[in-house]
Design a protein around this ligand. Structure first.
Ligand SMILES: [Zn+2]
Ligand SMILES: [Zn+2]
Length: 100
């Protein structure tokens, strides 16, 4: 037995016809919502995408900010990828040399 009050709606995203049941219609009417334009699958997918998008961090793939320094060891100007907090800073070469 089919419920004549169920409605068939064509999903806006996947173009599949889905059934909007009487129960759901009542639920929507209760909430004051308009008829769904997407099937359950597509709505779930969109929700997941939205949730993931909200949590996704922007990729820091831009160029690193470099700071000009004067090396305390060799007195040569150089650049470091961090903001030096004092003059006590080594250029890249001296920094690498100091670790070896
Ligand atoms: Zn769909
Ligand atoms: Zn140096």
């Amino acid at each position: 037995m089919t419920n004549s009050e169920d409605k068939n709606i064509t999903c806006r995203d996947c173009q599949q016809e889905f059934v909007w049941t009487k129960g759901e219609q009542d639920f929507y009417a209760e909430k004051g919502l308009s008829a769904p334009s997407r099937c359950r699958d597509c709505r779930t997918k969109r929700k997941q995408m939205r949730d993931q998008g909200g949590q996704g961090r922007p990729m820091s793939n831009g160029p690193k900010e470099m700071f000009d320094i004067v090396c305390k060891k060799c007195d040569k100007p150089g650049q470091v990828p961090f903001k030096p907090t004092s003059d006590d800073v080594l250029c890249r070469d001296c920094f690498i040399a100091s670790r070896e």
